[in-house]
Design a protein around this ligand. Sequence first.
Ligand SMILES: Nc1nc2c(ncn2[C@@H]2O[C@H](COP(=O)(O)OP(=O)(O)OP(=O)(O)O)[C@@H](O)[C@H]2O)c(=O)[nH]1
Ligand SMILES: [Mg+2]
Length: 386
Amino acid sequence: MVTNLPAEAKAKWLKVMEAKTPEEKMKALEDFLSSVPKHKGTEKLRLWATRRLAELREEIEEKKKRKTGRGVSFFIEKEGDVQVVVVGPPNTGKSMLVNRLTGARTIIADYPYSTTYPVPGMLKYRDIYIQLIDTPPLSRDSAFTNRIIGLARNADGLLIILDVSMDPGAEFNEVKEILREYGIILSKPAGRVVIEVSRSGKHGLRFTLMGRLLNATLDDVRKLLEEYRIYNAHVKIYGEVTLDDVEQALFENTAYKPAIVYINKADLVKDIDTIIKAFTNSCNLPILYGSAMTGLNLDKIGEALFNRLELIRVYTKSPNTPPSEKPLVLRKGATIRDVAESIHRDFVKNFLYAKIWGKSVKYPGEKVGLEHIVEDGDIVEIHIRG
Ligand SMILES: Nc1nc2c(ncn2[C@@H]2O[C@H](COP(=O)(O)OP(=O)(O)OP(=O)(O)O)[C@@H](O)[C@H]2O)c(=O)[nH]1
Ligand SMILES: [Mg+2]
């Protein structure tokens, strides 16, 4: 994506990275954009920067609204264990589905663009609370796209609703494409680069390599960053990453969002199986079909989200007391350190050992350390000093 920017533009980019508030970021980004030459090679970058500017403008507007309490805010406070944004083309039944699943008072109407602001509701799946957010339609003509993207970027996952009677394959591609243009991807990337520029102190470049560089050395990365006048930063590399990925990470913050697809209005068609079979070829996400109207397969959504978001439940206990009824909800791969941190900061500092009952250990009550990986259903008892 990034091609031969002039030194002036590269230098200006650092200001964007260093900006703290959306206002500062917007100003720096405008300044950067003015020094990017207009040619084919920078087209994508300019498009991206223009979009990012629009997002920032919305963000600043939102902040004002929240401060003054005037206007409808697009910001939804996270509640429950995870937040899932319900997205899809106009009129596919998003509002009816959120209403049926959570009881949220949504506007359901037989014309498109009936929803004009997000509405949250709570779906309980086993002992987990999933916050679902109904949103206005996502489409190329939608005036809401920037703000829906903002919601999606902030969410833990997405529930994509399509209409079986409206060519769900084409609908899906459009939704996927719009999300991708804004830097939201639905498949896990092979690798990931995070560059944290330090604003204070001169610590130099620090690397954490939790994967590998495919076509470059760390020295090449150093040279690349120096072209951007970045001399103090923490660069984290996960999975398999190319030098282009590193440069791209300077600009676009691509975010992977776990998503599932629910093909709605199954009550309207006869040969649903044939349609779903064809759709499966063009979509590699978990797919459910059903009807918000009749309720078909609505009860499968909680489980599908639980699996796709790779959630696990951990029940904590103190010695000689029963485990908590409400689990901690974490991601697969979480460790005792994550469990301890979510209980209390000092739990990590004063940690001695943990005892576990559950799938992650060989026998009940086994003692483990901070790096032990927990599994769904584990009961954890943490022992600390003092
Ligand atoms: N037959 C049938 N109609 C449905 C189903 N789900 C929703 N509808 C109808 O589809 C229309 C749109 O429903 P909404 O829930 O408002 O759709 P939406 O996706 O929220 O629409 P926008 O907010 O405008 O994007 C309404 O007339 C609903 O009654 C379904 O499963 N089957
Ligand atoms: Mg709606």
